[in-house]
Design a protein around this ligand. Structure first.
Ligand code: HSE
Length: 409
């Protein structure tokens, strides 16, 4: 693609992010891009733009030789993947903010870009307006990143903030996140921590060069957190944050999304409402934090527009950590320190812990703390009324191979 090309865009979807892109593009001078067509599904919805720009036929965009870039902003991840594939096959570059689609098809999307010699950019898919992917690719291309962690979901951070600071109920706070356009159409993706897990899957590929399937990563949501947990947090000067993290230890990568008690003087505790944060730790640069709006029409629209602008300069992800790969293996075989709370009578005891640190009981509720295998936490999360929250100090300990494996090693 020639430098500073004036780009014609074909946009799929005109919801929260699509409209955000439209406004941000209109307000930004110096961007050499214009929207030629917008493909939408619903013919009966009233729109803020005249009908001439809309189409209901995807081929009006995919087969239009004048359109250089397909901007994919629809909800349905399977349909989105078909659009991305066809766009690349037809010689178009792609910008997308669809984290579910990307996480589920990352390897294919990497291969399709090579096959068709076209670029797929997706900064808006991970932590909204925070420019994290291009930084991981470009700025941190030669630093040895040891961990990446942070708040990767705006809706749950908004809910936790409102519940903590304004004493709103969980249901009221979730409704607020939906009304403000932060939540997914299926809010279970947010509150059960699937959405931040999709983002973590993408971030791990650009941080450590490891392509995972999202189902390999353990996700525990905020939906089991009880008023008893909120009380415990306040009494101990903690906030509760839904933390996504991936870290390197003993040549393996560990990664998961689990709520955590965070001391109020920790930087992540100060990140409120729909803001996200990403803390990158490298061997030489040490800790650096990015903070910005993780959800919402304009912030996400601005990340999408930044990708469009990058395309005008011929930018593409090189997946440097993968191509220079260390062949790191992903593992869930570790223990972490946790506080687990549940109604008295639930079948959890100190014997479930690898290293039991203590517990207490009051008002029909029981708390146990200590280190527990990640897989066990995942199983507990499925039980009714069991709340799993990481202790402020993670203390991740890899579990050594068992004796039988060692015998045959
Ligand atoms: N539902 C997502 C969130 C939208 O709340 O973070 C932005 O990806």
């Amino acid at each position: 693609m020639s430098e500073h090309k004036h780009l014609k865009l074909g946009v799929f979807g005109f919801g929260c992010v699509g409209q955000g892109l439209y406004h941000v593009l209109n307000e930004t001078h110096g961007i050499k891009a214009e929207i030629k067509k917008i493909c939408v599904k619903n013919r009966n919805k009233s729109r803020i733009l005249g009908s001439e720009i809309f189409t209901y036929d995807k081929n009006d965009i995919l087969s239009d030789p004048e359109i250089d870039v397909v901007v994919e902003l629809i909800d349905d991840s399977n349909a989105a993947f078909d659009i991305v594939k066809s766009a690349l096959q037809n010689g178009k570059h792609v910008v997308t903010a669809n984290k579910k689609m990307l996480a589920e098809h990352l390897t294919e999307i990497y291969e399709l870009q090579l096959k068709y010699d076209r670029s797929v950019l997706y900064e808006g898919a991970v932590c909204g307006s925070i420019p994290i992917l291009r930084n991981l690719e470009e700025y941190y291309d030669n630093d040895l990143i040891t961990s990446i962690e942070g708040i990767f979901n705006g809706s749950t951070n908004y809910i936790l903030t409102k519940v903590f600071e304004e004493k709103k109920t969980y249901v009221e706070a979730l409704k607020g996140a939906q009304e403000l356009g932060f939540a997914e159409s299926d809010p279970a993706l947010d509150v059960k921590a699937f959405d931040p897990k999709f983002k973590l899957t993408i971030a791990i590929a650009h941080t450590f060069g490891v392509f995972l399937k999202p189902e390999e990563i353990i996700n525990i949501g905020i939906d089991k957190i009880s008023t008893v947990d909120l009380k415990y947090a306040k009494e101990n000067n903690y906030k509760i944050k839904l933390i996504a993290r991936a870290l390197k230890s003993d040549g393996k990568i560990y990664g998961f999304v689990i709520p955590q008690f965070v001391p109020t003087d920790n930087m992540l505790a100060t990140v409120r409402n729909e803001y996200n944060a990403v803390l990158v730790e490298g061997a030489f640069a040490e800790k650096q934090v990015f903070i910005g709006k993780g959800a919402g029409s304009y912030p996400t629209g601005s990340a999408v527009l930044s990708d469009v602008s990058a395309l005008a300069y011929g930018y593409r992800y090189e997946y440097k950590k993968f191509t220079q790969g260390e062949d790191l293996i992903f593992s869930n075989n570790a223990t972490v320190d946790v506080v687990v709370s549940f109604p008295v009578g639930t079948l959890i005891s100190n014997h479930d812990f690898e290293n039991f640190k203590g517990g207490y009981q009051g008002n029909g509720h029981q708390y146990l703390t200590g280190s527990v295998k990640l897989e066990k936490l995942k199983a507990w999360y499925e039980w009714d009324n069991v709340s799993v929250i990481l202790a402020p100090e993670l203390n991740l300990v890899p579990i050594e191979k068992n004796k039988k494996e060692l015998l045959y090693a």
